[in-house]
Write a protein that binds this ligand. Structure first.
Ligand code: NDP
Length: 292
């Protein structure tokens, strides 16, 4: 990577992604909580700046990894007139298609390109550099963006601006519905006298298996470890984006709204920092069993 790259948003997944970028080229980082940017700079040899304008002034390519497209808009607007012709924003946020189109338009008025580039693979995939990136945008900008994704193993151009965020939202809604369905089904099986471990072993050699039964339940639920790598709040946001995608495309759905209701109800009884897999806890509570 020849140009200096800016990375905005050093959260749970942004941090390990930015670490790959910092290993590959000169990197400037900005984070809302500046102590985190300073800590990153100390560990990874990047340059931490206090003001987002300073990052935008110095970098031709800027990667954003923030909670939603709304925070992306706040941050790009905060840099105001510092944006200049020829820059490229690679938005790794799990954003929403309409928000991305608005952000792309705002940047295009300043001569700045935009691609949506959400990722899948979790914090472990980010650390390993094996993330999947779903790119939405003009082919030329997408080709340019491909050179700045050292944290990715699979990079797919899926359509125009917003297409990456649409695909990511549907993917994550599928993850969410697999978590809820597996949690409910396994709670019932435990009550029938089948251990959680035995049940997932058999399901994983059968047709109902998924990432949830193969990885998340064995690593997080059966062990009772419940690590916090991706918040339930962020996955709930993704289901909301998926609902918007279904609405905007006039596709009727029974199941996505039901999963959204489960997440909303679960978040009311979990603490604010709860992990996405912890939405299984209220299922266990209601059933009066632990999936072990
Ligand atoms: P975190 O909540 O861990 O981090 C959020 C980041 O955004 C922090 O750097 C935070 O700064 C910053 N931020 C929050 N609000 C603002 C704001 N108003 N202005 C400026 N900065 C702000 O989130 P993740 O890193 O887990 O997720 C980031 C994105 O990646 C999300 O869209 C998520 O859905 C997606 N994602 C996450 C995955 C995961 O496994 N964690 C997997 C795939 C996608 P501060 O440090 O100051 O709080």
């Amino acid at each position: 990577m020849e140009e200096q790259v800016g990375f905005i948003g050093l959260g749970a997944i942004g941090w390990p992604m930015a670490a790959h970028v910092a290993r590959a080229c000169e990197t400037v980082v900005w984070n809302r909580t500046s102590s985190r940017a300073q800590e990153f700079a100390n560990q990874h040899g990047a340059n931490a700046v206090e003001r987002v304008e300073d990052l935008v002034a110095e970098c031709e390519v800027v990667i954003t990894c923030l909670p939603t497209s709304r925070e992306v808009r706040e941050v790009i607007e905060a840099a105001g007139d510092t944006w200049h012709e020829g820059q490229l924003v690679i938005d790794a946020t799990s954003g929403d298609p309409a928000g991305s189109r608005d952000n792309a338009k705002w940047l295009a008025e300043r001569g700045v390109g935009f691609v949506d580039a959400p990722v899948s693979g979790g914090t472990s995939g980010a650390e390993a550099g094996t993330l999947t990136v779903m790119l939405g945008g003009d082919p030329e900008l997408v080709e340019r963006a491909r050179g700045y994704l050292p944290y990715a193993r699979k990079i797919e151009h899926v359509g125009p601006v917003g297409a990456g965020h649409g695909l990511k939202a549907i993917n994550n809604a599928l993850l969410a519905l697999n978590i809820v369905a597996a949690g409910e089904g396994l709670a019932a099986l435990v009550k029938l006298g089948v251990s959680g471990q035995r049940a997932v072993d058999v399901i994983n050699a059968s047709s109902g298996r998924s990432n949830v039964t193969e990885n998340l339940i064995p690593e997080r639920v059966l062990t009772r470890a419940w690590p916090r790598t991706f918040s339930a709040a962020l996955l709930d946001k993704d289901i909301g984006v998926a609902l918007e995608v279904l609405k905007d495309t006039s596709v009727a759905s029974e199941i996505y709204p039901a999963v959204k209701r489960h997440f909303e109800a679960a978040r009311k009884v979990l603490d604010a920092e709860a992990d996405h897999v912890e939405v299984i806890k209220p299922i266990e509570e209601q059933a009066g069993v632990e999936i072990e």
